[in-house]
Design a protein around this ligand. Structure first.
Ligand SMILES: [Zn+2]
Length: 121
């Protein structure tokens, strides 16, 4: 792990580190019709729905995109893609860090280093 990644990890907010280690806690905010994703052009689908969610801890926004063929007997929805919008500071801060993504083990260890009770360290 590069020094830059180590510094980024050390400076990471507790909320962001929590979500990177434990994962997000999604709260559904609503549904809306969305433009079809590029990947869906050849599938013959004609209805596209986005399910917007927000993490209750770090405020990352996730949109699951579903599509189906809507006819007199609508087919089941299928999930086509997932889009994320990140708050400032959540993602890597510089181009040099791209390709050196820390593993889950790194996030877990940083999280435990910060939060493990003293008697267990
Ligand atoms: Zn989160």
């Amino acid at each position: 792990m590069s020094l830059e990644v180590k510094k980024w990890l050390k400076d990471m907010s507790p909320l962001f580190l929590r979500c990177r280690s434990i994962r997000h806690a999604w709260d559904v905010k609503g549904y809306s019709e969305v433009d079809p994703p590029e990947s869906a052009t050849a599938l013959g689908l004609n209805q596209f729905i986005g399910r917007q969610m927000q993490c209750v801890h770090c405020e990352v926004i996730r949109t699951d995109i579903f599509g189906r063929r809507r006819t007199s007997a609508p087919a089941m929805f299928r999930k086509l893609t997932v889009r994320y919008r990140y708050p400032g500071g959540y993602q890597y801060s510089s181009k040099e860090m791209v390709g050196t993504r820390p593993t889950m083990q790194v996030y877990d260890n940083e999280s435990l280093a910060r939060t493990l009770p003293a008697e267990l360290q």
